[in-house]
Design a protein around this ligand. Structure first.
Ligand code: HEM
Length: 370
């Protein structure tokens, strides 16, 4: 089966191509001493390395609980699994004497004007992003973490999501659609461009962050409900004006194919692409706003029916950036008040810092932070 490498300067699951299934799982840390916290990160490292590598599950005396849930059978197949571990601001609150180590911009996520945040789906000391080709491989990994660290971690909330698998065709790959029916990911920066990833995603030495944070990345998770019934009754022209792209092709207005570049310089009044279109506000494509680019890695979620009889579904928005203020916070501020807000409602999430990668089997997640 497909396997991603666990070891490296950066963690997997950030510039790794997005597989079909993703989960964001937030935890409260129960460890009560620095020693316990070290044990937590060492165990997390050991489990993540095993789960991403796969292999047979040890057999034990049947009078004991089995060491593995068994969900994937006697041999764990990674199925393209990645685990990506990030820390929340609350981990640096003084419990572990880590105040001075806090990434400079890491803070508890604040409320934006259109948010209706639910406490039970926000924040956390630790965020584990789990992605793979199947929902089962993700659940298997989550249950492994919960089973192996009951005294160190308590799950706080989780949100799963998926993206449709798009059949390969000639030419550049087309992006999967989100639940508003638009292609999502088109204008994302190229993850195979290392210099660009250093510029936009990975924390660099000398940018004012603590030394240990080099090679990590700020991670924003947002659970954004989509009011799909209302959207499905909205005129196509209006939908395309709101997003700033053509629905079926994904092309910008005035373009033909998904990867045509939107052009705004000859459209100062917004006659082709509205000035308040989602993509135009999110990325005005000027020299000054280049530093605000971010890497999105979202999944669609669908989870039953809301109390008022509407479908409870939307976007598990995840993005990475090397500067939280220049990235997500600035872009979201520009989006505040956008016409799309009539159809979306952020209800949960948090700000986290994805740790630098684990270099070898002598290293462990968070070593340089502790
Ligand atoms: C682009 C949908 C939330 C930032 C897009 C595109 C769609 C889309 C369809 C165009 C295709 C593409 O380039 O990927 C949505 C939906 C959202 C949502 C349905 C909520 C449910 C957000 C949020 C942010 C954001 C919260 C950041 C604060 C961006 C950016 C682009 C983009 C930066 C690329 C613009 C460009 O470079 O042209 N979004 N989005 N989006 N979105 Fe969103």
């Amino acid at each position: 089966g497909e396997r991603q490498s666990f070891y490296g300067v950066h963690q997997p699951g950030i510039v790794t191509p997005r597989p079909a299934h993703g989960m964001a799982a937030a935890f409260d840390v129960l460890a009560s001493s620095k020693e316990d916290l070290v044990r937590l990160f060492k165990t997390l490292t050991e489990r993540a390395a095993f789960l991403m590598q796969g292999g047979p599950v040890p057999e034990v005396n049947p009078l004991f609980p089995p060491p593995d849930s068994g969900l994937l059978g006697p041999v764990v197949e990674p199925d393209n699994l990645t685990l990506t571990v990030a820390v929340g601001a609350s981990l640096f609150d003084g419990r572990f004497g880590l105040e001075a180590a806090k990434p400079r911009q890491l803070a508890r996520m604040t409320r934006f004007p259109n948010d209706a945040l639910e406490a039970a789906q926000c924040h956390g000391d630790l965020m584990v992003q789990i992605c793979s080709n199947s929902a089962d491989a993700n659940i298997h990994a989550l249950r492994d973490l919960i089973k192996t660290m009951p005294d160190l971690l308590a799950i706080r909330w989780k949100q799963e999501g998926s993206v449709p698998v798009v059949a390969a065709k000639d030419g550049p790959p087309e992006n999967a659609r989100n639940y508003l029916g638009f292609r999502d990911g088109t204008a994302n920066p190229a993850t195979n461009d290392q210099a660009l990833m250093d510029e936009l995603v990975w924390v660099q030495a000398g940018q004012g962050e603590p030394d240990w944070a080099t090679g990590g990345s700020y991670q924003v998770v947002r659970i954004i409900r989509n009011f799909v019934e209302r959207w499905d009754r909205t005129a196509l022209k209006e939908q395309e004006d709101i997003m700033g792209r053509q629905k079926m092709s994904g092309a910008p207005h005035g373009g033909k194919s998904e990867y045509d570049e939107p052009v705004y310089t000859d459209d100062p009044k917004g006659e082709r692409t509205k000035l308040d279109a989602h993509i135009r506000l999110a990325n005005p494509r000027t020299a000054e706003t280049r530093k605000n680019l971010l890497l999105r890695r979202p999944f669609n979620y669908s989870r039953g029916v809301a109390k008022n009889g509407q479908l409870d579904m939307g976007l598990l928005f995840i993005c990475f950036q090397r500067d939280l203020e220049a990235g997500f916070i600035t872009v979201q501020r520009r989006l505040n008040g956008e016409p799309l807000e009539e159809y979306i409602k952020p209800v949960g999430g948090g700000y986290f810092f994805a740790l630098p990668g684990v270099l070898s089997d002598k290293d462990f997640l968070g070593r340089s932070m502790l």
